[in-house]
Design a protein around this ligand. Structure first.
Ligand SMILES: [Zn+2]
Ligand SMILES: [Zn+2]
Length: 348
């Protein structure tokens, strides 16, 4: 019989459709549109040598003069304008706010043809370090109340440029979804006097069935009421509401954990399109004892259809326990991933 599961953090219900359940490997992407990318593209604004095609740089991480590893630029087609004040207007039911904020692009590597799964752990750590620097910098802007870091990988995940990059958007308002998450965790804290995330992580570690990977500082797991197949969360073990407060040691571990997870998805599901996002507390709740930041990786393996849109309830065709077991069994050998092509992906 299918099972309904409730997400303890959002109270949303999910249908785990065991009747139409798929084996994880059935979701391996079969794409005819995959083509090999060049290492450098003359028209790409993110490739080294083409810096003039992009807006002026905001920040860079470089080990040698004149050679960058990670580079940050304003988004040329920004969703929010950097100039102006977030003036609010209310006319009866109509509320508006000037669209001011920050929209940046983080170019993750000089190589046009690589993706995060193929970089070394230290390179992913470098990207995380730049995330932290940009996160902190955005928080210093008094107009900003919430900062979202995210990555879109592949056309199915909404990316328009091939060159590996992620983005930061800092907004002058807190979204309804973020508010709800904060309220739910605050309600739990009021009732039980504990962080719901800290407790869930402890429980999951004892249970073990949904754990993909556990390191000194992080735990990667399939959530109990995962709305889509292979939706994986990476939680810091230490209670911390704000991503901007991670330590250097934690960043190193996060680089390893994220890279390993992405490599497992890359090898196990044949480089699926995915989004990931860092869910950090709004600026005003930076030290909240009830909220816990995490990184959420969402492979785009199935499509959202009418039922999801109409009911707000998802149907997941892969048991989270099976997804976790599948990912645990994908072995990552160090260096084995560099410049892999689908032909030499080992079978799992
Ligand atoms: Zn490029
Ligand atoms: Zn916590």
């Amino acid at each position: 019989m299918p099972e309904l599961r409730q997400n303890p953090f959002t109270k949303e219900w999910v249908i785990i459709a065991t009747e139409r359940a798929k084996r994880p490997e059935e979701l391996r992407v079969k794409r005819g549109d995959k083509h090999e990318l060049p290492r450098y593209s003359p028209s790409c604004p993110f490739c080294p040598g083409n810096e003039h095609l992009a807006p002026p740089e905001l920040s860079r991480l470089a080990y040698e003069p004149g050679k960058w590893s990670v580079r940050v630029i304003p988004n040329k087609f920004a969703a929010l304008s950097f100039e102006g004040e977030p003036t609010r207007k209310i006319e009866r039911s109509r509320r508006t706010l000037n669209g001011v904020g920050i929209h940046e692009v983080i170019v993750e590597t000089p190589d046009h043809d690589l993706n995060l799964a193929q970089l070394g752990d230290h390179q992913v750590t470098d990207v995380m370090r730049v995330y932290r620097e940009r996160y902190r910098s955005a928080c210093e802007d008094p107009r900003v109340v919430h900062v979202t870091l995210f990555k879109n990988h592949g056309v199915g995940a909404g990316t328009s440029l091939e060159h590996p990059h992620s983005q930061l958007i800092a907004t002058p308002v807190i979204s309804h979804q973020v508010r709800e998450r904060m309220y739910e965790s605050l309600r739990h804290y009021d009732e039980y006097g504990e962080c719901i995330f800290c407790e869930a992580i402890k429980e999951e570690l004892i249970d073990g069935a949904r754990i993909v990977l556990a390191t000194d500082h992080f735990v990667a797991l399939e959530s109990y009421a995962s709305p889509t197949p292979f939706s994986t969360h990476i939680y810091p073990r230490r209670h911390l509401a704000c991503f901007g407060d991670v330590t250097d040691d934690e960043l190193t571990d996060l680089g390893y954990t994220l890279r390993t997870l992405l490599a497992k998805l890359y090898l196990g599901l044949d480089d699926p399109d995915y989004n990931f996002t860092i869910r950090s507390a709004p600026k005003e709740s930076r030290n909240a004892p009830y909220y816990h930041w995490y990184l959420s990786v969402i492979p785009r393996l199935t499509r959202v259809a009418g039922f999801e849109l109409g009911s707000g309830m998802f149907i997941n065709v892969v048991l989270p326990e099976k997804a976790a077991e599948f990912l645990r069994n994908v072995k990552i050998e160090n260096g084995a991933l560099s410049r892999l092509t689908p032909a030499n992906i080992p079978s799992v």
